[in-house]
Design a protein around this ligand. Structure first.
Ligand code: NAD
Length: 334
């Protein structure tokens, strides 16, 4: 199934569109001339002022509509769907992050599982011709001893409540596809980084601590690896997933397929900042994956996906953004 509307002619709902990935996607959709409705509740997972800044440039754009409210709230969903059908819904609203999900598992399930089902119910009843692009995660693969992660690999042993909620989200999407014929592409993002990255994620957190000369707590012996993927490459993958020839329901990895060892990530940040990190090693907490590594063959074949930004270049761009945000603000950029 191919979405007939071309870029510039579409009406797109982006849930979580004030957040890190969602705001980059929104910027790009508006550049292409699409109409964008953003649903976001500006929750306090991190400073909501950061999210306000992410959306501030678009509030006067006639192609842009911000609906502030909770995905789980039926009246908020009434407001979203009173604007008629959407060509595409990109569902990114979620409680993200592995570690915080350990202390609030029921809340993660409520937002990520119940919230996703409420959205699916609305799409099925109010906008059944919509294509849904679901923001899933590499965390669904759990602990592995093999090499790269393929879409066909098992996902029945998630290591954290967050990971379990993403496995469940994919399953709910499949059920909606089966019951109502909903077209769904689940995209498994691998650790996304770049300007506006969430402050709880390691690159952002470490950058701030190294810059301030404060100790950096490192989990494990520094040999864990992450397949860091630059945000513009993720956005390119999402845009391609909005139009490719979708076989009804699909799952596709979006990574860089080139994992970086934690110690090298820190060295790269030190080089970009021109400062040395003061490391304090702590045992690896439960829930963390020892490594992530995307097989991107399917993304290349189906979406024409080809990540363009190297890790080193991405870190330089991130640090430039970090410095510019710091320079513009009298308070912390976080
Ligand atoms: P983010 O926290 O910056 O963005 C999520 C947005 O959703 C936030 O603006 C938040 O306010 C909003 N939100 C949360 N709960 C909501 C609710 N109940 N109702 C309405 N809005 C709500 O996170 P992000 O890093 O941009 O992640 C976006 C999506 O991508 C998430 O689904 C996340 O699980 C997934 N993902 C992210 C990464 C990554 O490395 N950043 C990796 C894998 C998957």
């Amino acid at each position: 199934m191919t979405v007939q509307q071309k870029a510039g002619e579409r009406k797109v709902l982006v849930t979580g569109g004030a957040g890190f990935i969602g705001s980059h996607l929104t910027d790009r959709l508006l550049e292409l001339g699409d109409r964008v409705v953003v649903l976001d509740n500006f929750n306090r997972f991190y400073d909501p002022e950061v999210k306000r800044r992410n959306v501030s440039g678009h509030l006067d754009n006639p192609l842009y509509l911000l609906i502030e409210g909770d995905l789980r709230d039926e009246r908020t969903l009434d407001k979203v769907f009173e604007h008629g059908e959407f060509d595409v819904v990109v569902h990114l609203a979620a409680m993200a992050g592995v570690r915080p999900s350990l202390s609030e598992p029921a809340y993660y399930m409520d937002v990520n599982v119940v919230g996703t089902q409420r959205l699916l119910d609305r799409i099925m009843s109010c906008s059944p011709g919509t294509r849904l692009v679901f923001g899933s995660s590499s965390s669904v693969y759990g602990k592995r001893s093999g090499e790269c992660f393929r879409e066909s690999d098992r996902t029945d042993q998630p290591l954290s409540p967050y990971a379990a909620s993403k496995v469940a989200g994919e399953a709910l999407c499949y059920a909606a596809h089966n019951v109502a014929g909903l077209a769904v592409a689940c995209l498994r993002f691998f650790t996304v980084f770049g300007p506006r990255q969430r402050p709880d994620l390691a690159i952002h957190k470490f950058c701030k601590l190294i810059d301030a000369g404060q100790p950096v707590e490192v989990f494990g012996d520094g040999t864990s690896r992450r397949d860091y993927t630059y945000v513009s490459d993720i956005v390119a993958g999402v845009l391609a997933a909005m139009t490719y020839d979708l076989p009804g329901y699909d799952i596709i990895n979006l990574g860089r397929s080139d994992p970086v060892v934690l110690a090298d990530m820190i060295r790269c940040l030190e080089a970009a900042l021109g400062k040395k990190a003061n490391l304090i090693h702590q045992p690896m907490p439960p829930g963390e994956m020892p490594y992530t590594y995307a097989d991107t063959e399917k993304a290349q074949r189906a979406l024409g996906y080809a990540p363009r930004v190297s890790f080193e270049d991405g870190i330089r761009r991130f640090v430039d953004w970090y410095r510019s945000t710091k320079a513009c603000s009298t308070s912390s950029p976080l």
